[in-house]
Design a binder for this molecule. Structure first.
Ligand SMILES: Nc1ncnc2c1ncn2[C@@H]1O[C@H](COP(=O)(O)OP(=O)(O)OP(=O)(O)O)[C@@H](O)[C@H]1O
Length: 255
């Protein structure tokens, strides 16, 4: 699934937060969205996954405008893992993951056993086997995060949008979740704070600053000291990861 974002603008309380963003994500590619706190990453993603309606501009999946699709049609094409999940009433891990199946279920012809297998298998894949009956609200931040990854995976959409998927996760699960996402062969667009994770997993990275895209390219093209300094104001030294051959970003403290 190819994602095209065309000249999106979005304001909150008359402040322009997303200022004319255009980008294209090729089918099967893993693209990271990188930028400082408050630069508009989540707001841009919410415009893409239809929590917000852009003031102007549009989003297309394989040439079809997303705004014109109903929620079932959208969910079959795009799954989403949001950063904060405002769950107001409690449910089990199993039920939370099952929500991801809604676009595939029909009142009279759903194969309940097959549905159950898909859900159980995703719960296992994110390392939460045995947690099926636990209450979602009682989970740790990382366990909640992994439940939401499982929910996004069972949706079986070929495009997945993630807002900071490794937020709350310890280093083991950060890499585990990225590995799981990578091996699905989906088209992925994800905001990522950890530059070395972005370098390791992304085919391309998009740099965002003050509501605008300020650069895009391969990790090798983007993770260079001048560009990182421009984006985050920190000094870095770049080496090559001896195993992945990807840029390895070493941060140099100014003390
Ligand atoms: N509902 C809202 N009401 C008011 N301001 C908002 C709202 N949502 C976002 N903003 C503001 O819009 C700007 C962009 O926020 P956004 O969450 O998109 O940034 P971000 O790049 O995802 O940041 P972070 O890396 O900290 O998650 C911030 O200044 C934020 O305070």
């Amino acid at each position: 699934m190819k994602l095209d974002v065309k000249d999106i603008k979005y304001s909150i309380e008359s402040k322009l937060i997303v200022n004319g963003v255009s980008l294209g994500i090729e089918e099967g590619s893993f693209v990271g969205l990188v930028g400082p706190n408050g630069c508009g990453k989540s707001t841009l993603l919410k415009n893409i996954y239809k929590v917000y309606k852009p003031d102007s501009g549009a989003v297309f999946i394989d040439g079809e405008e997303l705004a014109k699709m109903n929620s079932r049609e959208t969910a079959k094409r795009m799954s989403v893992m949001q950063q904060e999940n405002n769950v107001e009433f409690d449910m089990t891990v199993y039920d939370m993951v099952m929500i991801g199946r809604f676009a595939h279920q029909h009142m009279f012809k759903t194969d309940k056993i097959a549905e159950r297998e898909i859900v159980i298998s995703a719960i296992k894949e994110v390392g939460l086997e045995g947690y099926e009956d636990r209450s979602f609200l009682s989970l740790s931040g990382g366990e909640k995060q992994r439940t939401l990854v499982a929910r996004a995976l069972v949706q079986k959409a070929s495009l997945i949008i993630l807002d900071e998927p490794t937020n709350h996760l310890d280093i083991g699960y950060q890499y585990q979740i990225m590995n799981i996402l990578k091996k699905q062969n989906l088209t992925v667009f994800s905001s990522i704070h950890d530059l070395n994770i972005a370098s390791c997993y992304c085919d391309r990275v998009v740099f965002m600053k003050s509501g605008q895209i300020v650069g895009a390219g391969t990790p090798q093209e983007m993770f260079v000291p001048e560009k990182i300094k421009h984006l985050f104001g920190v000094d870095t030294k770049i080496t090559q990861n001896p195993v992945t051959k990807k840029p390895n970003i070493i941060f140099i403290p100014s003390v």
